[in-house]
Design a protein around this ligand. Structure first.
Ligand SMILES: Nc1ncnc2c1ncn2[C@@H]1O[C@H](COP(=O)(O)OP(=O)(O)OP(=O)(O)O)[C@@H](O)[C@H]1O
Ligand SMILES: [Mg+2]
Length: 314
């Protein structure tokens, strides 16, 4: 795949809902999505045009600043002296060949891995490392490269687990289904139903996740992350293994989340068409080092990037 190739450039494709039925035709967001211009050009197809109650979110201040991050596992240097930032409301892509350190970087951001060196500044607070629960409480949610859902549980129950960090009342009150706990449960269910509607998965809400095709499982994982009402969403290859229609839908949902809720998105993706179409800025890793950082146009023109990654088939 070359840098200029776009998976569905200009194609008028029908959407497919959770049952596999055609929903309505629409086109994927056109290329040329300009930096800081969310909403200036229509980025969603006919089926999901933002309504008049939603508004565009222009790129805001830096909310996450990663400084000189180094991480190794024994003798393996997964990340070497990596610095980049993420601004509020932007879609920030991380790309690079297999083993470049992309997933490790997400794991540093949400506290699963603790770097040996470097600083993380999140919303003005400096720390050497994040902790996963603190990251979740501060509004960082994620999906995983390998789907991490409870396969025997229904879609609904899996999405409900995304609300865990939001529970306020204690176990005792919940056990008794008592006053505030009941009100809280109702609030959680309402939020989960909103997410189900948003991602158009009503038809499979009672289905055990293990019975769903891969593409829909990925969508359910996104639903679980959205149920936490994150301000920052980390997506590790959300479209991997999907067919063209599933990718198109996922791409549109990501854009809609960003557009309608202003959610900041950090996205790892191998499909260059997707990355170049929907990202505001792209950071490029290779062998654990940063070799490029900038707008899609800047990254495409960066000779180091072309040599190390984009010029090679993946
Ligand atoms: N928990 C771990 N223990 C040991 N080594 C690890 C661990 N996690 C990552 N690594 C190593 O760190 C390097 C970067 O891996 P990482 O998974 O971050 O790459 P990636 O860019 O996400 O690759 P891919 O595109 O294949 O998903 C690799 O050499 C990998 O083997
Ligand atoms: Mg990875």
């Amino acid at each position: 795949m070359t840098v200029t190739q776009t998976a569905w450039q200009g194609g008028g494709m029908a959407r497919v809902d959770a049952t596999g039925a055609m929903v309505s035709p629409g086109t994927i967001a056109p290329p040329g999505h300009a930096e800081g211009a969310h909403g200036d050009t229509p980025r969603t197809g006919e089926a999901r045009q933002p309504d008049s109650t939603t508004h565009a979110h222009t790129r805001g201040d830096v909310i996450l600043d990663l400084q000189n991050i180094s991480l190794s596992f024994g003798g393996v240097k997964a990340l070497t002296d990596i610095s980049f930032d993420v601004c509020e409301h932007e879609i920030r892509a991380i790309i690079g060949p297999n083993g470049a350190g992309k997933s490790s970087m997400l794991n540093v951001i949400n506290g699963v891995y603790h770097p040996q060196q470097g600083r993380i500044v999140f919303r003005g607070q400096e720390r050497r490392q994040m902790h996963p629960t603190a990251a979740a409480r501060q509004g960082i949610a994620r999906t995983f490269q390998n789907i991490a859902l409870f396969k025997g549980m229904t879609v609904l129950d899996n999405i409900m687990t995304g609300r865990n960090t939001q529970f306020r009342t204690g176990l005792f009150a919940h056990a008794l289904w008592w006053g505030p706990a009941r009100a809280e449960e109702v609030r959680h269910r309402r939020k989960v139903e909103e997410v189900i509607d948003f991602l158009e998965i009503q038809a499979i809400r009672k289905t055990p996740v293990g019975r769903l095709p891969y593409g829909l499982q990925k969508r359910v994982e996104l639903a679980r992350a959205l149920a936490a009402e994150p301000s920052m969403l980390l997506l590790d290859e959300p479209m991997a293994g999907m067919n063209v229609e599933e990718k198109q839908d996922m791409c549109r949902f990501i854009l809609d989340v960003n557009h309608q809720f202003g959610t900041t998105i950090v996205l790892i993706e191998h499909d260059m068409g997707v990355v170049m179409d929907i990202s505001d800025r792209v950071v490029v890793l290779d062998y654990g080092k940063k070799i490029g950082d900038g707008t899609p146009e800047e990254v495409k023109a960066n000779p180091d990037v072309i040599r190390a990654y984009l010029g090679t088939s993946h």
